[in-house]
Every structure is written in C-alpha cells, then in structure tokens.
Design a protein around this ligand. Sequence first.
Ligand SMILES: [Zn+2]
Length: 425
Amino acid sequence: MKYAYRNGIILDGTKNMQPITGKTVLVENEMITDIISDTDDLSGYEVIDLEGCYLLPGMINLHVHIPGTGEPKDKPVNAHEVIRTLTANEQAREILKQKYISCSQIALHSGVTTIRTVGGIENYDAWLRDEINNGKVTGPRVLAGNKAISVPSGHMAGVFAYAAASPEMAREYVRMIAEGKPDLIKLMITGGVMDADESGEPALKMSPEIVKAACDEAHKLGFYVAAHVEGKEGLIVALENGVDTIEHGAKTDDEIIRLFIANHASLVTTISPVIPYALIDTSVTHFDETAHSTSKTVMDGVIECARTCLDNGIPVGLGTDTGVEYITHYDFWRELVYFQKYCDVSNAFAIHTATAVNARIAGVGDETGTIEAGKSADFFVVEKNPLEDLKALRDVKLVAIRGKVIENPEIKWFEKVEQELNKLI
Ligand SMILES: [Zn+2]
C-alpha cells in the first residue's frame, strides 16, 4: 500500500523542531519513503488529507508493565494471588493473552507506537511482541523485558520478578529469561514506594555481587540491563556493577554523575507515578503514611536526578511505570507535561525526548523516533499544536504503526483517574 499524507504540519522529532508546512509524507508498506512538496504529483498514492493537523513521530514509552491497567483499586490486592489466578490454567492464560493485547492497543491508540517493557508475567511480553511482529495482532512495537529479577522480599519479587538469593541464582535466572528471547534484562535493585518499610529513600535490596553477576551474564549473552533504582546507595551499586539504564532515579552527587558518564549509562525518568503518589491526598488513594511520605522523597529524587543528568549531558529518556495504580496505558502524554514542568525543558525538547531520544535509549533509533525517509512509518496526528500546549497530544486523530493506519482511535478513559490527574497539570 502507498499512502500520501498531505496538507499537514510536520513536527519531525528533532531537537529544535519547528512546524514544517507544505510537505507531504510518503509511505510505502511499512516505511516512510520520502517527504516531498505538497504540490508534487501523487498519482499511485492513496491520499490522506490531514486538514492542517499536526503529524509527529509515534511516542515511545520506556517503562511499561503491560498486564496492569492503571485503574485504582478500592482496597489492597494480593499481587501474588492475582498472578496465580491469571496463570492458573489454559483458559486463564487465554484471558491473560487477550489482556496483554488490549492493554498494548490502548497505548497504540494514544499515539504510543513503541513500548519497552520492564517486568511482566513469565514470557508474555515477548509472546506479544512476536504476535505483533508476525502480523497476527495489531499493536505497538514491543521491546520485551519479560519477567525481571529481584531478591527475596525485594521489589516485585514473585510478581513481575524472580527472587535471586545469590549471585549464582542471578546468573541462572538471566540464562532462563534469555531462553524466552527478551530484548533486555530488568533488575530490581532497591525497594519501591509501595513496599517501603520506613519513610525515606527506598533501601538497597540487591547486593553488589548479585547486581554484578546478573549484569555480567546478561552482557555475555548480548542483553543490556535496565534497573529499578530509587535510592542513592542503589544508584552507586547499579552504576558500579554494569547497569546500562537507571529506571526512576534518586538524588545524585558528583561521584554518581561521574559513574553515569564513565559507564555510558542513561536515565529513564518516570515522573508519572511519583507525582500523583506524592500529591494526591491519601483519603483518595488509600495509601498508607509510609508509602505516601516515601513517594514524596522519591519524587524529589527522581526530578533532581533527571535535572542533574540533563545538565551533565547524560541521556534522559521518559517512561511512565504504566500498570501501577493511576498510571494507565493511554496517559503517556502526561509524562511530557510533567517533564516540561518539573525539569524546565521546552515543549519541543519534551517531544524530542519522547520520540528520538527514547528511540536511541531503547536501541531502535535507526528504525523509529523521527519523521524522515527510511524510518518506519510510526506516527500520529493531533489537531492542535503541541509546541504551544503539550495537552494537544491527548486528542489523537490518527495513528500509523509500521504503515498500518488507525483513524479516530478509540480510548476508554478511567474517569476517576482523569479527574484526579487533571488537578495536577
Ligand atoms: Zn516499574
């Protein structure tokens, strides 16, 4: 199929992007083949008139847990119990697969054309990636983390992560996860907001020896390592022992910045979960006091880490922690709004980060992330100019993934989530 997207305004995803008018984007099968003048001959192409709307690269969410919807729970759930139920038998697993598909399609409908998953159930992330890549299912490009590695009583242990009690067990888990053909290996190095025992920074849970063993084994097998880190001690242990991308972040110092640079590590900041957890009243969220005060500490750390990394030329990407309460598959645009607000970047830089920078961090910078000939036809169209107001990204008119077009994509919003989150922007 050959499509010509004409009469739109292009935002190409580059750092200093300006609206480009008078150009038509040509797409053949999965690829953008050329960008020509609106007045050039389009015979042989099916013309899609964008009616003056804005066309920009599909967004990339670097931090997703696919099976969670983000809908807040009325009372605490036992996550171990939920996982057991979801995988109890063949029938349950079929339902789980449908859930994986529908969650990824919600992301796609919101203009997110690539998701990088960082902790899921067994090998279902890679299963979904393959279903999509084989054309059986329409969905975003998936970079699969599959089930992660934690330690006994560590973050997400037994839920989205295995519990490694020793360096040798960590190596074994890496080899086991590798058999499921993931795209990366994910570690849980510190605790998190919801599992904190006391207020303050989430504590280091994974020993340096285990981190080193897991990173060495992953690198030997050709995988890079992403790690959940929400405390300073965790940052040092992660960066000294081979972690490639720090997920979330914490307060830094000169030595931590030196380690980031020396190890060519990147930061994947996630402001989306920390803002609501710290700022929505506990009478609404039902979080306990420890979680609430921990989330304030983590919020300060995440934001300071991102700002300091940006100041020092360290690559900073964006993710949302999709799947945890209040963080839905359709709300990635909010991360750009927070990034602009709390890290004091321009709207253009926020869009550039969510597209081109995120593509590079995820290792797919040659395939996607900008509007240019030779890239995958991954883009979306919005009516208003997001360079003026990033909230324009919420109303998606059209999405293309690898050339496949979805017009007027539908999304069902969680009203309570939208109500609470809209108070924060
Ligand atoms: Zn996460």
